[in-house]
Write a protein that binds this ligand. Structure first.
Ligand code: ATP
Length: 250
């Protein structure tokens, strides 16, 4: 049997909240809003159970769409898969390099120039200097930063920083690509230009996990889908089956 590229085993994830006892009215309201996902942890503090009993194994070629209503836990699961959140219980195994297309500016050094950030990110991916030189021009050109690439990233506008982060993140084909549809890539012209680059990346990664409310995107890029509700995996299966199940629920 092939080795899983991405595996989640018996994962629970809780976020601590304020003291449960001292905010009972607020808790009552929160409980209604969150579908009774507020509990009390061992230290007597309130906790949101953001993910519960998650088990997944994804192999080369798997392209998983995460579907579910607002607050179902899709983004939280993506962040867990990325290693941004550590599980409270259970474990996540990643066999390969991970790229996230959300919070894409995360990890950029504001005091370093755009060019230095390209080198930093590439070294972190284990690339050699001569190979980085080969890809730098293309990243700078795609980001349309011209001479600004020699300025510290903290001097960039939000759009410029996002363009650099996107161009950099999409310059390497990762083993595991994690995408949240709700990420901005700058102005409308840049979004249009980014579509093909993103589609190529999504098709070439060994494993793709994408959270989306857009059924067309899920149908186009995924061969499996996972319906989530209240932080739990309800059903994993064929895209059409899962989308029908989700549609029947909303
Ligand atoms: N940092 C946090 N602290 C406390 N609770 C959190 C945190 N992050 C997520 N949660 C909880 O996890 C729930 C799921 O949020 P998440 O953003 O993963 O949902 P989603 O399925 O991506 O929703 P949407 O479709 O609206 O983007 C939230 O309702 C919230 O209760």
């Amino acid at each position: 049997m092939a080795e899983a590229v991405l595996q989640v085993k018996n994962v629970n994830l809780k976020f601590p909240l304020y003291s449960a006892e001292s905010r009972s009215f607020r808790n009552a309201i929160r409980n209604v809003a969150l579908g009774s996902r507020i509990g009390v942890n061992s230290a007597g503090k309130g906790a949101v159970e953001a993910l519960r009993d998650i088990n997944l194994s994804l192999y080369g070629g798997d392209r998983l769409g995460l579907v579910g209503s607002n607050g179902a836990g899709k983004t939280t699961l993506l962040k867990l898969l990325a290693g941004i959140y550590a599980p409270t219980q259970g474990g996540v195994l990643r066999n390969g390099i991970v790229t996230t297309l959300f919070d894409i500016g995360l990890g950029m050094d504001g005091d370093a120039t755009g060019l230095e950030n390209i080198y930093l990110a590439s070294y972190l991916r284990g690339m050699q200097k001569r190979n980085i030189n080969d890809i730098t021009d293309e990243i700078v050109e795609f980001a349309e930063l011209h001479e600004f690439i020699h300025m510290p990233v903290r001097t960039y506008s939000a759009g410029m920083a996002t363009r650099l982060a996107f161009s950099l993140a999409t310059a390497f084909t990762p083993d595991i690509l994690l995408v949240d549809e709700v990420f901005g890539t700058g102005d409308a012209k840049f979004i249009k230009k980014s579509e093909k680059r993103m589609a190529d990346l999504m098709s070439n990664a060994r494993v793709l996990v994408i959270a989306s409310h857009n059924t067309e995107i899920i149908k186009k890029f995924c061969n499996k889908a996972l319906l989530m509700r209240s932080g739990q995996q309800i059903k994993l299966g064929d895209v059409d089956d899962i989308l029908s199940l989700h549609a029947s629920e909303v």
